[in-house]
Design a protein around this ligand. Structure first.
Ligand code: SAM
Ligand code: SF4
Length: 372
């Protein structure tokens, strides 16, 4: 038998956890056991034996930047009515946690521009308290971080990825079109002051930041931050030619090796990056190389958009609608069944291609739809 318990969070509206979730209060601390009827509480294992333990949730497709490799300048965003409510996002995430997700990353668009985002984050943090979830984290452009850093730390967030592609204010404005580097820097300061571990993410872009990469690494490591470099992926129509932007990280790594000693280390954060330690700086440097080194064999992730569409692979079009099963029933059994069906279709890997012959993006949606 499943049971639903209503509870009220301090200062927050009454929140209804999904039915099928049994909430047990012990000594004032909240612990929550998630069980579902029909045996749908099984963990998620795809046809290639990969355990799905990592969920990325795009909480909005909107953003206060327009990074040139990510969005066109005049993006058309989804009508607000199509978005899942914060309660629905919570219910969806909770169902995934009940099915074995241990790491949850909120992303976007820019997650911190979603209205009342702290409501969702505080609510999800109950799964950290019970130990059901090991990590709740965000990828952000940092523009709103000064305002949110302390609240995020108080809600149990421990680590953040902040995306910064250059430390030059003019170049930053050019690459983000609308961004202000000073604000992002203040956000990083505030995050570190609040005790959050910040990792810097930078997309490697030919002719834009290639010569700056070593100084960015030195800067990040000097501030006690890990840094990860990302290869640009062919997602969505943008105003520029991606072949002009694409910089293989194999080349970047070879260039860095001439100046520094890069030691491979087994360090993992649950994501796709492979890490080295830079002997000279003592810091960690990650490489996310979807183009030059396919990391699909160890993929443990799925992604949900802000409209409840589940993408089993960032680099494929196949997707499953979870909004309908979410809305059509108060319980989560239908939702759990649909998730199981989707996981049984998770493809082996992506087919990203960037070359002069291939003019169309490998997937038509922008990165801001599924989140990075
Ligand atoms: N707005 C947040 C941010 O910028 O961190 C979160 C969403 S953003 C889509 C997540 C990450 O994806 C960022 O680090 C961004 O640089 C990266 N990204 C966006 N479009 C990309 C693309 N086409 N190829 C590779 N990385 C991309
Ligand atoms: Fe916005 Fe992030 Fe995309 Fe830049 S990369 S436009 S900050 S969603």
């Amino acid at each position: 038998m499943t049971k639903t318990t209503l509870f009220k969070q301090d200062g927050l509206p009454t929140f209804r956890p999904p039915s099928g979730v049994i909430e047990v209060r012990q000594g004032g601390a909240r612990s929550e056991l998630a069980t579902f009827q029909n045996g749908a509480n099984g963990e998620m294992v795809d046809p290639f034996g990969r355990h799905i333990t990592y969920l990325r949730v795009s909480v909005t497709d909107r953003c206060d930047f327009r990074c040139v490799y990510c969005m066109a300048e005049d993006m058309e965003f989804l009508p607000k009515r199509d978005l899942l409510t914060l309660e629905e996002l919570d219910r969806l995430s909770t169902t995934f946690i009940a099915k074995g997700v241990k790491k949850l990353r909120l992303t976007g668009g820019e997650p911190l521009v979603r209205k009342n985002i702290m409501y969702l984050i505080r609510s999800l943090s109950r799964h950290l308290e019970t130990g059901a979830l090991e990590e709740l984290t965000l990828t952000t452009n940092g523009s709103q971080l000064k305002r949110f850093a302390k609240d995020l730390a108080d809600a149990g967030v421990r680590r953040l990825n902040v995306s910064v592609d250059t430390l030059d204010a003019d170049k930053f404005r050019r690459i983000t079109r609308w961004g202000e580097l000073k604000k992002v820097m203040e956000g990083i300061d505030a995050a570190q002051e609040a005790g959050l571990h910040v990792k810097l993410n930078a997309v490697a872009l030919k002719g834009f930041n290639d010569s700056e990469i070593p100084s960015m690494i030195e800067w990040a490591h000097g501030r006690g931050m890990d840094m990860t470099l990302i290869e640009t992926m062919p997602m969505g129509e943008i105003d520029e030619d991606r072949t002009d932007q694409y910089l293989p990280l194999s080349k970047v790594r070879a260039d860095l090796s001439r100046q520094w000693t890069l030691n491979d280390i087994p360090f993992k954060t649950g994501g796709p990056a492979r890490y080295v330690e830079v002997a000279e700086t003592g810091g960690r440097l990650g490489f996310i190389t979807p183009m030059t080194h396919n990391f699909c064999e160890s993929c443990n992730r799925v992604r949900v958009t802000c409209t409840g569409t589940l993408f089993m692979c960032l680099g494929q079009e196949d997707a499953v609608d979870l909004r309908e099963p979410l809305r059509s029933s108060e319980g989560n059994d239908l939702l759990a069944e649909e998730i199981d069906r989707a996981i049984s279709r998770k493809p082996k890997g992506h087919d990203f291609v960037i070359d002069r012959k291939t003019r169309n993006p490998s997937v038509s949606r922008h990165m801001s739809v599924t989140g990075g």
